[in-house]
Design a protein around this ligand. Structure first.
Ligand code: B12
Ligand code: SF4
Length: 500
């Protein structure tokens, strides 16, 4: 018996990803879809594409597909939305299996096994493809679930946790390529160009204190082969993509491999696409002379650099000193950020600067030093606050010190300051970031216009309105304080968090 499956990603977005300009697919869902047995019927709906019409879209999808099983991919800040969606799904069709997976269900499993709600029947922990495939086989064959590694399942009122699943080494075709044909919504975009996501590797061997990767996968690095990656890019293009985001956890961990990948993209004639990627400053700084020109030639346009912080004491707290240090003759020789940024910019790429401000010992001066750096060196700021995602070393430390302001996880979006530092309140830190960041982003509009003039001509006004949410003519003229505008912005952000 084929199982009818509807897979959903959550509609929640955060401040640095305005849906007007960026709506990316969730890579996990198409990867799951590519790995189920072929006789199942599967539909994938990225709800970011219908952010303000979630309820009606779900009602229509449920009526059309009448699924036996609904699967949700959830990040922590999307947990409340996921709960509302599970309730909605059950209210439309009570006899449906609900499966949750992704970072939040994997690392905060207890939040999904609350005996009062029983919303989810199954929780897929960690890497999902094979667990999900085996779950479908078990549903189909009614064989029970206790043999499926990586699965938590409900039996009556009790949840059973099976042992963890061993990671796939990504060799051979154990994890088959994504299936994009099963997407049922359209409208993916990056500034008007259709965007898609591609994976070339999984994992990272660093252990930054704020990152969920270690608890999720341990410290390791597994690679897909280039033939598969190139075929995947071609498939994304065949489905309309003109822009691609590499979602690897840390593609720059193996620089020689990344250089070869750039060369393979060039040789395959796929370098007319706009690529974006996340990278480590140390790798770019140490290998920029060879790597950056190749990246540009391959079509890379935006590089998200995990700078994290410009102060040594903060990098210590974030456990990010090693990945942000330049090296000479095997020894650390200072912060790598500026050298990395210079390399990228000299080769015509833009830097999306990831910084984390508001760490426990930060003073006003420390935060200002980071904002000053962003103004001077970064093209598009991606500044966040320390956020207690489940299972990270930072979360335990912050909890022990009593610095977490709220357990309301819908605020764990990275740009809402939910951690107090010793010298400043969370609200004050967020105000400082918010005030600085908007103007740095505004400065980048010219580059956006040069690349996508039609899009900026059409949507420029709405983008500016989004960027300066909360501000009024009075606040621009200095007739009311910036704090008032900030309070309005916070109120808007609060209202936005309700998606269902
Ligand atoms: C790429 C990426 C992004 C891209 C998103 C591109 C996209 N649309 O997918 C960008 C840069 C835009 C982004 C943004 C954010 N991200 Co992000 N991102 C990642 C990253 C690097 C890789 C995720 C990925 O696609 N992996 C590849 C897929 C195949 O793997 P996967 O998602 O883990 O899915 C597997 C399993 O989890 C499971 N699974 C997943 N879903 C489901 C569903 C079902 C039903 C089943 C059965 C299984 C299953 O099976 C999948 C296949 O094995 C991770 C991890 C990291 N190292 O930092 C962070 C990460 C997921 N992001 C995170 C966060 C917090 C965010 C932001 C909120 C803030 C931020 N840090 O930027 C924003 C929110 C974006 C928004 N919606 O507005 C956190 C999530 C932590 C948490 N507990 O919620 C992570 C873990 C980083 C971290 N801080 O540790 N992100
Ligand atoms: S280098 Fe990146 S992926 Fe690796 S642990 Fe640090 S933040 Fe996470």
């Amino acid at each position: 018996m084929a199982v009818k499956i509807l897979l959903l990603s959550m509609p929640d977005s955060f401040e640095h990803m305005p849906v007007l300009s960026i709506r990316m697919p969730n890579g996990a869902l198409t990867s799951l879809a590519g790995n189920v047995d072929p006789h199942h019927q599967i539909a994938v709906a990225d709800l970011i594409l219908v952010q303000r019409h979630v309820r009606i879209t779900l009602e229509l999808l449920m009526a059309k597909f009448k699924p036996d099983l609904v699967g949700l991919s959830v990040m922590t800040f999307q947990r409340r939305t996921a709960e509302a969606i599970m309730d909605l799904v059950r209210s439309i069709q009570s006899n449906v299996y609900i499966v949750v997976g992704g970072y939040d269900p994997s690392l905060a499993t207890e939040a999904y096994t609350d005996p009062t709600s029983h919303r989810a029947d199954f929780i897929v922990r960690g890497e999902g493809e094979i667990t999900f495939r085996e779950l479908l086989r078990a549903i189909e064959g009614q064989t029970g679930y206790d043999h499926i590694a990586g699965l938590t399942f409900r039996s009556g009122d009790i949840y059973h946790h099976n042992p963890d699943r061993k990671l796939s080494d990504l060799v051979g075709d154990e994890i088959r390529p994504p299936n994009r044909d099963c997407r049922v919504l359209s409208g993916y975009t990056e500034m008007g160009r259709q965007i898609d996501v591609i994976e070339t590797s999984r994992g990272c061997t660093f252990d930054c204190s704020f990152c969920s990767i270690i608890e999720m996968r341990g410290r390791n690095f597994h690679k897909f082969n280039f033939d598969r990656v190139l075929a995947d890019i071609r498939d994304a293009v065949a489905h309309g993509a003109r822009s691609i985001f590499f979602v690897d956890d840390n593609i720059t961990l193996n620089v020689r491999r990344f250089e070869s990948l750039c060369q393979a993209i060039i040789d395959a004639g796929l370098n007319w696409i706009d690529y974006s990627v996340q990278a480590m400053t140390a790798s770019i700084a140490d290998h920029g002379e060879t790597l950056a020109p190749l990246m540009r030639k391959a079509g890379f346009r935006y590089v998200f650099l995990g700078i994290e912080n410009v102060l040594e004491q903060d990098l210590g707290f974030l456990k990010a000193i090693a990945k942000n240090s330049r090296r000479a003759a095997g020894r650390r020789t200072g912060n790598a950020s500026i050298k990395a940024i210079r390399s990228l910019r000299a080769n015509g790429m833009y830097v999306v600067g990831g910084l984390i401000v508001g760490n426990p010992k930060d003073t006003r001066k420390d935060i200002q030093a980071n904002l000053k750096f962003a103004r001077r060196w970064i093209d598009w700021p991606y500044i966040q606050h320390p956020t207690p995602y489940p299972g990270t070393p930072m979360t335990s430390a912050l909890r022990q010190q009593g610095l977490i302001n709220t357990d309301e996880v819908s605020k764990y979006d990275g740009t809402t300051a939910v951690v107090t530092c010793e010298h400043l309140s969370g609200r004050e830190i967020e105000f400082m970031r918010w005030k600085a960041e908007r103007w740095i982003k505004l400065r980048h509009t010219y580059a956006l216009f040069r690349h996508d003039p039609k899009f900026i001509y059409k949507y420029g006004r709405r983008l500016l309105k989004f960027l300066f949410r909360g501000s009024t003519v009075r606040s621009f003229l200095g007739l009311e304080s910036a704090r008032k505008a900030f309070e309005r912005y916070c109120a808007i952000r609060e209202r936005e968090r309700k998606y269902v």
